[in-house]
Design a protein around this ligand. Structure first.
Ligand code: AMP
Ligand code: ZN
Length: 117
C-alpha cells in the first residue's frame, strides 16, 4: 500500500528503531535526526514517517504531511538557532539522492555558495 514501511529502506528502519539515529525532534508524522556524514556544522534530516521515494511523490500523495515536514524543518532551524540555512531535497541519483525515502536536508552554521555543486 502507498506509504507503507519498506523492509529494505534505511530510513524506515530508523523510524522503527532498528537502526540507531540521533533524534532531534519527532511528531506524529515526522522524524528529524542528525545526518551521519554532516556537510555543515548543523546537518539535520527531516523525514515523513510514511514511505515515499522523494519529495514530489510525497507531496502528490500526502499534502498535509508535506506541510508538516516543511514546518518541522523550520522548527529544527529555530531550535538549532540557524539564522540562515539551506533546505535541500535531492531528487534522483543524478542529483545526489542515495536514500529513496523522502527527506529534507537542513544545512546551516557556515556560509553557502550559489550555485550549488
Ligand atoms: P541523499 O544523498 O540526499 O539521499 O541523503 C541521504 C543522507 O542520509 C546522506 O546525507 C547520508 O549521509 C545520510 N545517512 C545515511 N545513512 C545514515 C544514517 N544511518 N543515519 C543518519 N544519516 C544517514
Ligand atoms: Zn522508507
Amino acid at each position: 500500500m502507498a506509504g507503507e514501511a519498506q523492509a529494505d529502506c534505511l530510513f524506515c528502519k530508523i523510524i522503527a528503531g532498528e537502526v540507531p539515529a540521533t533524534v532531534v525532534r519527532e511528531t506524529d508524522t515526522t522524524y528529524a535526526f542528525r545526518d551521519i556524514n554532516p556537510q555543515a556544522p548543523t546537518h539535520v534530516l527531516v523525514i515523513p514517517k510514511v514511505h515515499y521515494a522523494d519529495a514530489a511523490t510525497l507531496a502528490a500523495a500526502e499534502p498535509q504531511i508535506t506541510a508538516d515536514l516543511l514546518r518541522e524543518a523550520g522548527e529544527v532551524a529555530a531550535e538549532e538557532k540557524l539564522e540562515s540555512y539551506r533546505l535541500v531535497f535531492n531528487t534522483g541519483s543524478g542529483a545526489g539522492q542515495t536514500v529513496f525515502h523522502a527527506h529534507a536536508h537542513i544545512l546551516g552554521g557556515r556560509g553557502m555558495q550559489w550555485p550549488p555543486g
